[in-house]
Design a protein around this ligand. Structure first.
Ligand SMILES: [Zn+2]
Ligand SMILES: [Zn+2]
Ligand SMILES: [Zn+2]
Length: 279
C-alpha cells in the first residue's frame, strides 16, 4: 500500500491565517515542511481519507488524479476533515461526472453533506452528486473491493460517533488515528488483534509542555510516545514499524524541526505535507 500525506495540520492550518503567534510567523516566512494543509491522506491511487477545505490545493499540488478515486473514507464531520461544498460541484451542470464514488463515514458525515446540499442547491440525495453512501460503525469492519476498513471508536467529538481506522490491503495494514485522544479500552481491545505495518497518530498538541500531554479529544507528543509504547507491549507493532505523528496545531508552538528533535529519539517520525511511504 502506498500512502501519501496530503495534509498535516489541525483545523486552522499552519500558518493560521489571522494568527499572531511565533509559529505562524515562522511558517509563513519559511514555508517548506512548516507549511501545513488540513489533514488528509491518499491510499494507493483510489482512496482518500478525509476531504477537508484544502482539497483543491492538495489535489493540484500533489497531482492527485481524482478520476481514479473510488472511495472517500471520512473520520468525522469536523470542517477541517470534511468540506461538503467541494462535493456539490459533482452535480450535473457543474461538472462532467460519470463515476460514482463511495462515501464511508458516520451518520454525522452524511448529515453534514446532505444539509449543505439542501442549503446550497435544494437537493437532498447523495446520488444526485454521484455518491454512494455507507454508514460505518466502530468495531464493524467492511470490505470494499480488496480494501478492508476497520472503524475504531475515537476519543473525540462526543456529539457524534467519530471514527479512526485500520486499512488493510494485500495483507498490509495501516492505522490512521486522527482525530482522537488516547483510545478507550474498547478501541484497544479492537486494535489488540491487529498487526500493523505502519501507524499515524494524532499529535495536535505537539511537543508543547501542556498540550503535549493531551489525552482527551486529541493527543500530543508525550501521548504519542505512550501510544507507541502500548502498541509495542500489545504486539500490534514491532520496534522497527514506522510510526508517524500528524495533525499538528500551530498552538503547540513547535516548528517541524523541533517536533523531529522531540519525537525521533522515541521512534516516531514527524509527518509533513507530501510525505510518501509504502508498506
Ligand atoms: Zn482535526
Ligand atoms: Zn499561530
Ligand atoms: Zn476533529
Amino acid at each position: 500500500m502506498k500512502i501519501r500525506v496530503l495534509g498535516s495540520a489541525a483545523a486552522e492550518a499552519m500558518p493560521a491565517l489571522w494568527c499572531e503567534c511565533s509559529t505562524c510567523k515562522y511558517a509563513l516566512q519559511h514555508g517548506g515542511k512548516d507549511l501545513r494543509r488540513r489533514t488528509c491522506y491518499l491510499l494507493d491511487d483510489d482512496t482518500l481519507v478525509d476531504y477537508g477545505p484544502d482539497i483543491f490545493w492538495q489535489v493540484t499540488t500533489f497531482k492527485v488524479d481524482l478520476l481514479a478515486i473510488r472511495r472517500i473514507v471520512v473520520t468525522h464531520s469536523h470542517v477541517d476533515h470534511l468540506n461538503p461544498v467541494d462535493l456539490l460541484w459533482r452535480r450535473p451542470g457543474f461538472s462532467v461526472v460519470s463515476k460514482t464514488v463511495k462515501l464511508f463515514g458516520n451518520e454525522a458525515v452524511t448529515g453534514s453533506i446532505i444539509s449543505t446540499m439542501q442549503r446550497e442547491s435544494g437537493i437532498d440525495q447523495l446520488d444526485k452528486i454521484a455518491l454512494e453512501n455507507q454508514i460505518l460503525e466502530a468495531g464493524k469492519p467492511v470490505q470494499d473491493g480488496d480494501l478492508q476498513i476497520l472503524p475504531l471508536p475515537a476519543n473525540h467529538a462526543p456529539r457524534e460517533k467519530p471514527l479512526f481506522y485500520v486499512f488493510t490491503r494485500n495483507k498490509r495494514s495501516l492505522l490512521i488515528a486522527n482525530d482522537t485522544g488516547f483510545p478507550s479500552q474498547e478501541a484497544w481491545d479492537l486494535l489488540a488483534t491487529e498487526k500493523l505495518d505502519a501507524a499515524i497518530l494524532d499529535c495536535c498538541g505537539g511537543a508543547h509542555p501542556v498540550h503535549g500531554k493531551n489525552r482527551h479529544g486529541h493527543m500530543g507528543a508525550d501521548t504519542n510516545i505512550e501510544f507507541r509504547q502500548h502498541m509495542l507491549e500489545l504486539g500490534i507493532i514491532q520496534e522497527n514499524t514506522p510510526v508517524f505523528a500528524n495533525h499538528f496545531s500551530h498552538n503547540a508552538l513547535c516548528t517541524h524541526e523541533q517536533l523531529c528533535q522531540y519525537l525521533e529519539p522515541h521512534g516516531i517520525q514527524v509527518a509533513y505535507d507530501g510525505l510518501a511511504f509504502e508498506i
